[in-house]
Design a binder for this molecule. Structure first.
Ligand SMILES: Nc1ncnc2c1ncn2[C@@H]1O[C@H](COP(=O)(O)OP(=O)(O)OP(=O)(O)O)[C@@H](O)[C@H]1O
Length: 299
């Protein structure tokens, strides 16, 4: 497991990180979100040893992370760092060899990644001739070339088209299934919601929420939504819910009601009652959108 323990970082008088603590668990994808300037890049730079913390530590498997450990990590920095004039295949093979891979291993892995990322046709083109999105794909390949022990990715999805996002997501999921801890920052909350198992929300240098997305409210909770229709598709009336013991109605408008249940399992009984009163068009637990969690946590 990769753990950030009490990281504080000052730039002069400015406290960019204030006692930041969270875990990136193997086999789980951890999303790192926060407004511009919240401190995500600073945290990632400290994890990768590019920047020193003012205080605090990064732990790897329960002990202090070393430079040797970091060499096995895959990193996608905010300032992308590839060679513009070098052919993309040559450069990926070069990175693989820097990480100690033999020539044929590095070439096989390069070809596999270029194929998976839809770039095999461009393998002999110089990086600078590729579109920015395609350059980003090469950057992802560079982070994955040596089968990293952990992945730390700063805005890996920014600027990617939906197809590229999908192929990247597939690759990252494979890493996660291979028990690699993956931390990625993103402003694309819909994507974070789709991808993440765990979430860390940073606001002005402090962790304001952290843990499994489902527990932070991203999964189904005890709030339900019922939509009833009348005969011939006229709106029904869901007002009867106000009189049901254990039901706390949040809102009713015609046939649509949003309500909380005091007792787990009570939803089946409510559904039976609803059906006995008229056509039920919709009955489902209400998901709390990640954007709401984010707004609430960073208010
Ligand atoms: N080298 C530096 N010198 C001075 N201040 C810095 C430096 N690096 C970062 N900061 C400040 O630290 C704070 C956190 O910045 P950081 O880049 O980590 O935020 P971020 O969450 O990654 O933002 P974004 O989403 O915009 O990339 C900001 O106020 C930033 O101005």
């Amino acid at each position: 497991m990769l753990s950030v323990a009490g990281l504080t970082r000052r730039f002069g008088d400015h406290v960019a990180l204030d006692d930041v603590t969270f875990d990136v668990v193997p086999g789980r994808m951890t999303g790192f979100v926060g407004a511009n300037g919240a401190g995500k890049t600073t945290t990632m730079r400290i994890i990768l040893g590019v920047l020193a913390p003012t205080s605090g530590e990064v732990h790897w498997h329960g002990r202090a992370l070393t430079a040797a450990d970091r060499r096995d990590f895959g990193y996608m920095p905010e300032e992308r760092g590839l060679y513009p004039k070098m052919k993309i295949r040559d450069q990926l093979v070069f990175f693989g060899r820097l990480h100690g891979q033999g020539g044929s291993r590095a070439l096989d892995r390069t070809n596999l990644l270029l194929d998976r990322l839809g770039l095999i046709e461009r393998a002999d083109d110089a990086l600078e001739t590729l579109s920015l999105g395609n350059q980003q794909r090469v950057q992802i390949a560079a982070a994955l070339i040596h089968q990293p022990a952990a992945l730390v990715l700063d805005e890996p999805f920014s600027g990617l088209d939906p197809l590229a996002v999908d192929s990247m997501v597939d690759l990252l999921r494979e890493e996660v299934s291979a028990e690699v801890p993956v931390l990625f920052s993103s402003h694309q909350l819909d994507l974070v919601e789709r991808l993440c198992d765990d979430l860390v929300v940073l606001s002005a240098g402090k962790v304001v929420a952290a843990g499994p997305v489902a527990e932070l409210g991203g999964g189904p909770g005890s709030t339900y939504r019922l939509v009833m229709g009348g005969a011939d598709a006229t709106p029904g009336d869901a007002g009867w819910l106000r009189d049901v013991p254990g039901v706390v109605v949040r809102d009713v408008a015609g046939g649509t009601a949003l309500f909380d249940l005091a007792h787990p399992g009570q939803e089946q009984e409510i559904l039976r009652q609803a059906i006995s009163r008229g056509p039920v068009l919709e009955f489902a637990p209400e998901r709390v959108a990640l954007s709401d969690i984010f707004r609430e946590a960073t208010r």
